[in-house]
Design a protein around this ligand. Structure first.
Ligand code: ASP
Ligand code: MG
Length: 421
């Protein structure tokens, strides 16, 4: 069995949903579990609905939701004939659930409402697509993933109960097969607590859901369908000459994600790596393109891989009395990282000071500056960029840094990082 994941961009129009069906048609001789995100920018739109609701602007929230409703009903209308009524009644059930909630006054925390509202994006997209596949004679079972993917109640970043979910996923697959079907259509990114409250797994979490399904069903492979050719050695928006990498190792992808490459959700790799399940990144616009395979094999001769992170800050900490940055101040510093949940991108330790590069997130930066300010002298430098190159050559690095004012440079044999203005 294979697991497919289709992201928001691959289902953001009538034509793209038709295209999804033609891809499924091509692969349907193999049993499939299809994980789908919300259509296009629906998740962002739903975020606006919750924000308005939580700010006490009920009318605005309802109006914003009305737009989302119409978009989905229109898409269903264009796609469906025989299946339209049954689909519309399902969509209406989900609409009603959200509207009930929007009519109440918020009494719980924001993140709880966020998950109750935002989860509907995936429920709507999968309902439409499942009906459309039926209409195209691609028999499939629509599964509400909230019945099988159990999480804790850490809303917006829920942790998955692996043992429970594994059992439920296997049962759900058996039931589908028992009904003579070999395709499941279900939602990425969402789950539910043992009290039937909806949860979400963090933005872009659908890749992770797909990896969990692949792991738990011992799938032959996971394919992520994207609007790009595959994994590139740089972001084509920043580097027009970026090239496709046809084959990568799991660890390389973990490294790329760590340095900030926006290829694949970082949590996605582990479930696959643990079971040696290969992952394909393929282009839904042209499925005949080879795409990228990510697997266990060690790969030699990779091209240089570039990652650029904007909005970086460099924090200079100095001991107040010019004493050495010994083990005690360092222990305290790492304690602050733990408390503020900050993961520095680069650290350079000197005799009486430490320099720390991190993402400029206002609330985190302020929190960090306040806490470290109790122990050290603090200076903050803003508006920097961090370049990381894996598998670099000296000449390439020099070329990249031409004309740049480099404030910090770190090298290992594999990786170089330069922070510059
Ligand atoms: N729809 C969610 C998001 O936009 C999850 C996903 O697409 O993976 O973040
Ligand atoms: Mg997405």
């Amino acid at each position: 069995m294979k697991v497919f994941k289709f992201g928001g961009a691959s289902v953001n129009s009538v034509d793209r949903i038709k295209n999804l069906a033609s891809i499924v048609q091509q692969y349907r001789q193999s049993p499939l579990v299809i994980i789908i995100s919300a259509m296009g920018k629906t998740t962002n739109a739903l975020e606006k609905v919750v924000e308005a609701f939580y700010a006490g602007k009920k009318e605005e929230a309802l109006q914003l939701f009305e737009v989302i409703k119409n978009q989905h009903l229109t898409t269903a209308k264009y796609l469906l004939v025989k299946e339209y009524n049954s689909c519309a009644s399902k969509l209406n059930d989900f609409f009603t659930e959200v509207e009930w909630l929007l009519h109440d006054k918020p009494v719980r925390e924001f993140d709880y409402y966020y998950d109750q509202v935002v989860c509907v994006g995936e429920l709507l997209s999968t309902s439409i697509i499942s009906h459309f596949l039926n209409e195209e004679h691609i028999a499939n079972e629509w599964v509400d993933v909230r019945d099988i993917l159990r999480t804790d109640d850490n809303f917006r970043d829920a942790g998955v109960d692996i043992a429970f979910t594994e059992k439920k996923i296997a049962e759900s697959w058996q039931l589908t097969v028992g009904e003579g079907k070999n395709i499941i259509v279900t939602q990425g990114f969402i789950g539910s607590t043992d009290e039937n409250e909806s949860t979400t797994l963090g933005r872009e979490g659908s890749d992770y859901t797909a990896a969990l399904f692949a792991n738990m069903l011992n799938a032959e492979s996971l394919t992520i369908w994207k609007d790009v050719e595959g994994v590139m050695n740089a972001d084509p928006k920043q580097f027009p000459e970026a090239q496709l990498i046809q084959e990568l190792n799991f660890n390389e992808v973990i490294e790329m994600a760590f340095y900030g490459a926006q290829v694949i959700h970082p949590k996605t790799i582990k479930p696959l790596q643990n079971k040696g399940i290969p992952m394909y990144v393929k282009c839904f616009l042209d499925p005949s393109l080879p795409g990228t395979i990510i697997h266990k094999k060690n790969i030699k001769g990779l091209p240089p891989i570039f990652v650029i992170k904007d909005k970086q800050i460099l924090i200079h900490l100095k001991s107040r009395d010019f004493s050495f940055m010994g083990e005690e101040p360092m222990r305290q510093l790492y304690g602050i990282f733990g408390q503020t949940r900050i993961r520095p991108n680069l650290i350079q330790t000197g005799a009486i000071g430490v320099q720390i590069c991190m993402d400029d997130k206002q609330d985190k930066t302020d929190q960090f500056a306040a806490q470290s300010g109790m122990l050290f002298d603090v200076q903050v430098e803003k508006n920097l960029q961090l370049l990381t190159i894996r598998h670099y050559e000296e000449s390439l690095l020099n070329k990249m840094l031409e004309g740049k004012d480099v404030v910090l440079l770190q090298k290992t044999k594999e990786t170089v990082q330069a922070l510059f203005r």
